[in-house]
Design a protein around this ligand. Sequence first.
Ligand SMILES: O=C(O)CCC(=O)C(=O)O
Ligand SMILES: [Fe+2]
Length: 319
Amino acid sequence: MAVSEIPVIDIAGLVAGDPAASAAAGRAMREASERIGFFYVANHGIPQALIDSVFARARDFFALPEEAKAAVKVNKRHRGWIGHGGAKMYTGAKVDLKESFVFGLELPEDDPEVAAGTPLMGPNQWPEALPALRDTVYPYYEAVLGLGQSVLRGLALSLGRDAGFFAERFARPLARGSLIWYPPQPPDLGQDQFGVAPHTDYGGLTFLYQDNTGGLQVLNAAGEWVMAHPIEGTFVVNIGDLMHRWTNDRFHSNPHRVVNTSGRARQSLAVFYDPGFHTVVDPRDLLDDPTQAKHAPVACGEWVVGRFDKAFRYRAPTG
Ligand SMILES: O=C(O)CCC(=O)C(=O)O
Ligand SMILES: [Fe+2]
C-alpha cells in the first residue's frame, strides 16, 4: 500500500471569503483534483460538536429494531433506510456489507417541482421512533451544503470562471446525505467482500466524514490502492463522475472502496453534492475551445437516476 498522496487543504480563508486565500485554496484543490481526485479540507467551519452528535444519533438509528428501520424503508425518491444487501456497485460484485440511511433536500409535496413528479425530489422519511435524528442530521446536512458552496467557489476560480459558476448550478441541489454503518467484517468472507466495492461516485463532489476506524482506500494514478486515513477534524472531498465530465476529464473521478477489517463497526457520513436536477453538465462551459469537448452534455437528474437504477436493488423491476 503506497503512502497517502491525498493533501490536507486549509480552507479557513476560502470559507471566510478572503480573495487571496480563496485563490490559493482553489489552486490546491484543483491540483489535487487533477492528480488523484481526492483531498481533505481542514478548518471548514462546521462545529465538531454537530458532527459528533450526528454520529451518535446515527448509531442510535442503526441500533433500532429491524421493524423500526423497515418503517422508513427507502422509497422511490431514494429517501430512507437501505438494509444490508440493498446496494451493489457493479454487476458481479458481492453486495456491500453496510446499511445506510439516506436523506436530501426537504421539499413539501406541494412544491411545484415535487408536484410535477420530478424524480428524487420531495420530503424525507424520518423515523418516528427517533425524532432527534432529524433535529441533528438536517442542520448538519445544511451546513455541508454551505461548505459545498465554498468549495465550489474555490474550484470555479481555479478554472478561470466566476466564483459563482458552479455554485449557482447547485441551487436546489440533488444532494443526498447518507449515514453509513459498516458492521465488522469477518475475515472469512473473502478478498472480494467489501464494505463498499470499488466504484466511482456519480455526481459532483462528495463530502465524507469518517470515524477513526479507517478502511477507505483510493486508487492512485499508478494503479495502487492508497489509504485515505481518518484525519480528525477534516472532511474527505472527492470528485464524482459529473465533475469529471464537466471538466473534460481534467478532474479525476477516482475508484475507491471500503474494507472494514478493524473488528468493530465503522461509521461514516457522506453527502453526495450534485447539481440541480435540471442542470446541464456540458464540458464546453469550461473550455476555451469548445470543439475539444470529449463528452456530450447530460442533464444531472437523468444521469443520477440512470446510475441509481443500476446500483440499488429496490429500484430493480423485480424489486
Ligand atoms: O464510507 C466511506 O468511507 C466511503 C463511502 C463511499 O465511497 C460511498 O458511499 O460512495
Ligand atoms: Fe464513494
